[in-house]
Design a protein around this ligand. Structure first.
Ligand code: SF4
Ligand code: SF4
Length: 276
């Protein structure tokens, strides 16, 4: 990494992402804006995406004063129809700062993704973040979409009567969930979503937003699977997958303990047929 700081990036009126050397990158922490240290920056991880944030103007840092500054027009064309930009990072990474912006009047609500501060330096994008999980099980380089499509469609055809496998098919093919993808690839950790209900009521729940004010990013499972449906996934996975794990209660289902008696039955079925 050079000794320079990353510059601000913004989206122009055509949605093209540009860098602007007149301001350095800023990151937000609550209502405060900061210039990230070098130790707080990594190259944008492979598999990440960039989002344009509608109705939000980018904030950078004045290189001379270190003070936050609003960019309210395209420095190359003078057009005022510009937007802040954020990174949606690949799994296994944690943000240090969120994207720095100022919302304009009537800015639309954003969906419940994570919006990490991003800048440009040495011909690359940089994010204020760090790798928090060294395991490569969800790295994009390990996913071959054609193979995933083939294996998923085959399993869905073979198990038309198992609602949970059909649900995981949607998780895999519609949401691109890495845990569901690994299940259909027959390796590592397989998810067992089991509860349509939750006894918490998180404002930022990513699987259910009853108010409809902003969309949840995944639809929560709408049925409670039976012990047989759960075991039919878990038993072959635990017997055949490398480094096998099955897990109830991943990020976007309800509270699995609300289905405790079904889970108990499924665990008995799994333990009768595997050594796990
Ligand atoms: S499913 Fe998770 S995020 Fe949603 S309300 Fe329950 S605990 Fe909170
Ligand atoms: S419920 Fe969520 S975590 Fe579980 S497989 Fe579906 S998308 Fe992935």
């Amino acid at each position: 990494m050079s000794s320079n700081k990353p510059t601000l990036v913004f989206a122009n009126s055509k949605g093209e992402i540009r860098d602007y050397e007149g301001l350095t990158m800023a990151g937000a922490s609550g209502e405060l804006f900061h210039c990230p240290d070098h130790a707080e920056l990594i190259e944008l991880p492979e598999g990440s995406e960039l989002f344009v944030l509608p109705g939000r103007l980018p904030v950078g840092i004045e290189p001379d004063t270190g003070e936050p500054a609003l960019l309210d027009a395209d420095p190359y064309t003078g057009e005022t129809d510009i937007s802040a930009v954020a990174a949606f990072m690949a799994p296994a990474h944690t943000a240090v700062y969120t994207a720095a912006y100022q919302s304009q009047e009537k800015a639309p609500l954003l969906p419940l993704f994570a919006y990490t501060a991003v800048g440009w330096m040495d011909g690359k994008f940089w994010v204020a973040a760090f790798r928090s999980d060294q395991d490569n099980r969800q790295d994009i380089a390990g996913f071959n979409q054609n193979l995933i499509n083939k294996r998923t469609e085959k399993k869905l055809r073979q198990h038309r009567d198992n609602r949970l496998i059909q649900h995981l098919g949607k998780c895999c093919l519609t949401y691109g969930c890495p845990a569901a993808r690994n299940y259909f690839l027959g390796r590592w950790e397989a998810p067992l979503p089991s509860s349509p209900a939750c006894n918490a009521s998180c404002v930022g729940c990513i699987s259910l937003q009853p108010s409809g004010c902003c969309p949840s990013t995944q639809d929560r499972i709408r049925f409670a699977p039976t012990a047989r449906e759960i075991a039919e996934i878990a038993i072959p996975h635990l017997k055949n997958a490398p480094r096998p794990v099955v897990s109830f209660g991943q990020g976007c289902e309800g509270e699995p303990l609300l289905q405790a008696s079904t889970l108990e039955k499924s665990i008995h079925m799994i333990r009768r047929q595997t050594t796990k």
